[in-house]
Design a protein around this ligand. Structure first.
Ligand SMILES: Cc1cc2nc3c(=O)[nH]c(=O)nc-3n(C[C@H](O)[C@H](O)[C@H](O)COP(=O)(O)O)c2cc1C
Length: 466
């Protein structure tokens, strides 16, 4: 990291129980954009077996995790990420002979996932989820391509994990290729890694591109990996915990998975799902479970603090679509509401921006509301966005309702549509710009302007810091 954070950014908590204390405290702290939390001395576990949560819960922590100065303005973090992603040169991982993850290697009867203090995050969860921000690694048997994805992983026994992979996930497609050849799929699940790897794992990289190469390109140096002894899969040498094994075909072995409180804030899925038969556990001394339990999408934590991926990808798409004078792109409630600010040059600019933003939506995404605002709106401030929506929109003429694909975990899908396999849902395009034709005659705002604000902040620094 090129920057460091203040000491108040990480809070150590001793004695919190893994049954709901850790999940509950994490959520309460995330709701007020509190510090990152390092839980230690968890009852029933050795000191040093820790759980780390809320690691990206503020803009400053997100900036630092990405190698940017801690005080980078929020929109600039998204802009930097967009620009970096566009000129990204993939950098392959670097093989090393050994690493801290080999400090403890458990095989045979010693394999026991219960040595880790995996929390029950919410009381409705159907198990303990060790993988909430994990990396699931598989290799395509045809091309050798190594895929990394994040799929929720639940401890189902001392040597059993379940994974839930939605239909189009790469690891599932790779596993099916192994199954067609009549064998199980070698797999490694990494719990606790550099945040850049967590970010890369959640990115929908194209088939054939390894998220390791992506992470290397984003970081500017190859990820140090070693090859796991059983599966020969590359795993980060500095990982906290690596769980290695195989994924048998579902008709050979499956387990009841879920429910699990999902990122939408609801429980939607539970069913017979894939199982990892664990052959080996590797972990550092004093291992840390990296935990990112889903919370209501409006909680200002995780990728809510800075909607890095959704906003930067949409921004990039708008540029590629030729939208003029884009001032920024932001996302609320994860990607449920996308907001674009533009400086209008003509009557069609706002609709162009809305159509282009909606055009980025794919099956599996859940963007619901697309909003375009003028350049005077601070899109990183929800109150500004609401002000524009409440005072620059004529609902009779500024809204368009369309139908688009959604995801299986959309809570608003009716049972009938779900049963019919119809994963479609309405989306709303909202033009919250001043109408271009009379923009210059729109009533003036009575808000103290930015220059005056800066001046007041300097002259009245003590008072305004209160
Ligand atoms: C914290 C987090 C949890 C996720 N959990 C799941 C999950 O349980 N199942 C799933 O199919 N996708 C899940 N995803 C989404 C996938 O990780 C994401 O779509 C990724 O691009 C998939 O990688 P792939 O395209 O290589 O399959 C999750 C993403 C994040 C950020």
């Amino acid at each position: 990291m090129t920057e460091t954070l203040g000491k108040d950014e990480v809070l150590r908590i001793d004695g919190a129980d893994r049954d709901l204390d850790i999940g509950g405290i994490t959520e309460l702290m995330a709701e007020k954009e509190g510090p990152a939390l390092m839980f230690d001395n968890i009852p029933g576990f050795p000191a040093g077996h820790r759980v780390f949560t809320n690691f990206m819960g503020t803009a400053a922590r997100t900036a630092v995790a990405l190698g940017l100065p801690a005080d980078t303005p929020k929109l600039d973090i998204v802009r930097a990420w967009k620009d970096l992603s566009r000129r990204l040169e993939p950098v392959p991982p670097v093989e090393v002979a050994s690493g801290p993850v080999l400090e403890n290697v458990l095989v045979g009867d010693d394999v026991d996932l219960n040595i880790f203090p995996t929390p029950q995050w919410h009381d409705g969860d159907g198990g303990r989820y060790i993988g909430t921000a994990c990396m699931v690694i598989t290799r395509d048997p045809d091309s050798g391509w190594v895929n990394v994805g994040t799929y929720r992983a639940c401890v189902q026994g001392p040597d059993r994990l379940s994974l839930w992979m939605l239909g189009n996930r790469h690891a599932k497609a790779i596993a099916e290729k192994h199954w067609e050849r009549g064998r199980s799929c070698p797999i490694a699940v990494v719990v606790g890694q550099d945040p850049i790897l967590s970010t890369a794992a959640a990115i929908a990289a194209p088939s054939g591109m390894s998220e390791y190469d992506l992470a290397g390109g984003l970081r500017g140096q190859g990820v140090e990996v070693l090859y796991a002894p059983g599966s020969d899969l590359p795993v980060p040498a500095y990982a906290e915990i690596v769980i290695e094994g195989e994924l048998p075909p579902v008709d050979e072995e499956s387990v009841l998975e879920g429910p699990f409180g999902e990122w939408t804030g609801y429980y939607t899925h539970s069913g017979q799902e894939t199982v990892v038969r664990v052959d080996r556990i590797m972990h550092r001394n004093d291992p840390i479970i990296l935990g990112a339990p889903p919370m209501l999408p409006t909680v200002p934590a995780g990728d809510q603090a800075v909607p890095l991926y959704s906003a930067s990808v949409t921004w990039d798409h708008l540029e590629a679509s030729g939208v003029q004078n884009i001032k920024g792109v932001w996302a609320y409630a994860r990607q449920l509401m996308m907001v674009v600010s533009i400086e209008q040059t003509g009557a069609g600019d706002a609709m162009h921006a809305l159509l282009a933003a909606a055009g980025r939506k794919r099956t599996g995404g859940m963007e619901r509301y697309f909003v375009v605002v003028d350049e005077d709106i601070d899109i990183t401030d929800v109150n500004h966005v609401l002000w524009a929506m409440f005072t620059r929109v004529d609902p009779a003429e500024s809204l368009q309702v369309l139908r688009a694909p959604t995801t299986a975990i959309d809570p608003r899908l009716s049972p009938a549509k779900r049963a019919a396999g119809d994963l479609s849902m309405g989306i709303v395009l909202i033009d919250a710009c001043k109408p271009f034709a009379w923009k210059d005659h729109y009533p003036a705002a009575n808000r103290v302007d930015e220059a005056t604000r800066d001046e007041l902040r300097k002259r009245w620094a003590g008072l305004l810091a209160m």
